[in-house]
Design a protein around this ligand. Structure first.
Ligand code: G4P
Length: 525
């Protein structure tokens, strides 16, 4: 049996963070191509097209099935075993997207060279900053006219408050994009002409090689000067600073043309951290501890509506999983049989014989597992740092058949346990307010309430723009109860939350109650 330490040291578990359309899907596919996990480009993209082509219910169903299989992809690269976790974007942006970032050890940020740092990237990066997650940057679409690379680096540094260390530098841009230069040894790598679904041979030239001058033509002198300037001014990669999330190594390329991806992947497996120690409520767990431990960061419904099975995604934090072993479900205080746990190879799910810290296990379950749950070999650990994020969209639940209110409550409670939406019950009245980060979640809930619980419900706009979890001493709390009566609610876990009807109400309330704390993130209990 391979040594535990060796197996864990070669794991790299990461997610790609980007704004929609920056090229995450294309890059994912190219990483799989270079990792040898797929032979031809097109497989991943085709699925995405199917996913977003129509918005009918069948497509929704399909999407749920597809995202189960593609939400974790494992592939070998050289000596490394890479786990790539999908962060749903577009309309299916949800809390899962944020929470996935709690299960990785590093992220890859993809930026469109023409657009620079965009809104969704900023939001996702906030979660990374909170956790000091190391970030590698890939500036994509250099084959299109974009902004000046220096200007882009400046923007990343300014908006994300992180120092940038370019590893490669583009040779031209748009129509005149010819390749990249590795700054450390001034080696230019030329982009093969003509698009291909396969990996093509790339030509390497020294920066001062006359052949490169011939290739770049008029651009040569300018490029040379720019590279000199960058080498003089920009910091060199410092792996310690990168792992401490103070510096981001930056790569340039064109995912669509498979270009710049190999340098990126090589550097990624060299720089990115192996599984890191993880805090629990009682102690820090080291990845190479013998005993298995892990936590649930995502729960997803299975395809088959006849079975209310759900898949719990467990990030293994220490030790080794072996088929047939029993796992201790800490919150429930009992052992479960994990014989049918799954692992996720690049394009398929398969029964896991073995998995190690850094890997993701899929545990089929009937609803007893919740987000944030810890599994061990017996020690009552509880991993911390798997939070609920304040939803940003709110809808009032309207039941069409009043006789079904019990089924509605049960359905909503169970669906919100999966963690893509959150349920709030205002303290006064009998309303239920559903909160989400992406509008698609409301459609998913409507659909599943109908199909799995036989309940017809509508979601109407609710007079809420933000939610904050409240913490305060007893006096302040009773004051809050008196003065904010109509705006307080309990979340599904029973925690007190303030549903703000407007931004100014939120600001004024925070000012009026300086002793209360208003949290936009709540740790799972
Ligand atoms: P996403 O997952 O981040 O949303 O982005 P995705 O990879 O789907 O890419 C968004 C669009 O950008 C796609 O075009 C894709 O082909 C294109 N793209 C990705 N990388 C590059 C690149 O390096 N250069 C250029 N020029 N384009 C790139 P689309 O027209 O929306 O889709 P499709 O018809 O190409 O599938």
């Amino acid at each position: 049996m391979p040594s535990l330490t060796t197996e864990i040291a070669r794991r790299r578990t990461f997610a790609i963070v980007s704004h929609p359309d920056a090229g995450k899907t294309t890059l994912t596919e190219k990483l799989l191509l270079f990792g040898g996990a797929i032979v031809l480009a097109g497989a991943v993209k085709g699925r995405k097209a199917a996913r977003h082509a129509t918005s009918d219910w069948m497509a929704l169903e399909r999407e749920r099935g597809i995202s189960v299989t593609s939400s974790v992809m494992q592939f070998p690269y050289g000596e490394a075993v890479v786990n790539l976790l999908d962060t749903p974007g577009h309309q299916d942006f949800s809390e899962d997207t944020y929470r996935t970032l709690t299960a990785v050890d590093s992220v890859l940020m993809v930026i469109d060279a023409a657009k620079g740092v965009e809104a969704q990237t900023v939001k996702l990066l906030e979660v990374c900053r909170m956790r000091n997650t190391p970030i590698i940057t890939f500036v994509n679409k250099l084959d299109r006219e974009g902004r000046e690379p220096l200007e882009l680096l400046d923007e990343i540094e300014r908006i994300l408050s992180i120092s940038c260390a370019p590893v490669t530098w583009p040779l031209g841009m748009g129509q005149r994009f010819r390749g990249i230069c590795r700054l450390a040894d001034e080696t230019a790598r030329l982009m093969p002409q003509g698009r291909s679904e396969r990996i093509q041979e790339e030509r390497l030239l020294a920066l001062r090689d006359p052949d490169l001058k011939a290739v770049l033509g008029d651009e040569y002198e300018r490029t040379l000067q720019e590279i000199e300037l960058v080498r003089g001014a920009a910091p060199v990669v410092d792996v310690g600073a990168y792992r401490g999330a103070r510096q981001s190594p930056v790569f340039f390329g064109s995912a669509l043309n498979n270009f710049g991806v190999r340098d990126l992947l090589d550097a990624f497996v060299a720089f990115a951290p192996a599984p890191l120690p993880r805090p629990t409520a009682t102690r820090v767990v080291a990845p190479d501890e013998e005993a298995f431990s892990g936590f649930v960061f995502k729960i997803q419904a299975n395809m088959d509506p006849q079975h209310r099975d759900r898949m719990a995604f467990v990030r293994i934090c220490s030790g080794r999983y072996r088929r047939g072993m029993r796992l201790y479900h800490v919150r429930e205080g009992r052992e479960i049989n994990a014989a049918n746990a799954l692992t996720f190879l690049a394009n398929e799910r398969s029964m896991a014989d073995e998995a190690y810290a850094g890997d993701i296990l899929g545990l089929p379950n009937h609803g007893t597992i919740r987000i944030g749950d810890t599994f061990t070999e017996g020690e009552p650990l509880r991993f911390t740092g798997v939070p609920n994020f304040a939803p940003e969209l709110f809808r009032r639940v309207v039941l069409r058949d009043p006789l079904k209110s019990k089924a509605l409550s049960r359905g909503l409670e169970q669906l919100t346990e999966e963690g893509a939406t959150q349920l709030f019950r205002p303290l006064s009245g009998h309303e239920m307010i559903l909160g989400a980060l992406g509008a698609l979640q409301f459609e998913v809930v409507t659909y599943r309430l109908r199909n799995e619980y036989g309940v017809e419900a509508d979601f109407e706009p609710a007079p809420v723009v933000a939610v904050r979890w409240l913490e305060a001493d007893a006096d302040t709390l009773s004051d809050l109860h008196r003065r904010l009566a109509g705006h307080l609610a309990k979340d599904a876990g029973g925690a007190l939350a303030y549903l703000a009807p407007s931004r100014s109400h939120l600001d004024l309330t925070a000012e009026r109650f300086p002793k209360a704390r208003f949290h936009a993130i709540r740790e799972q209990l």
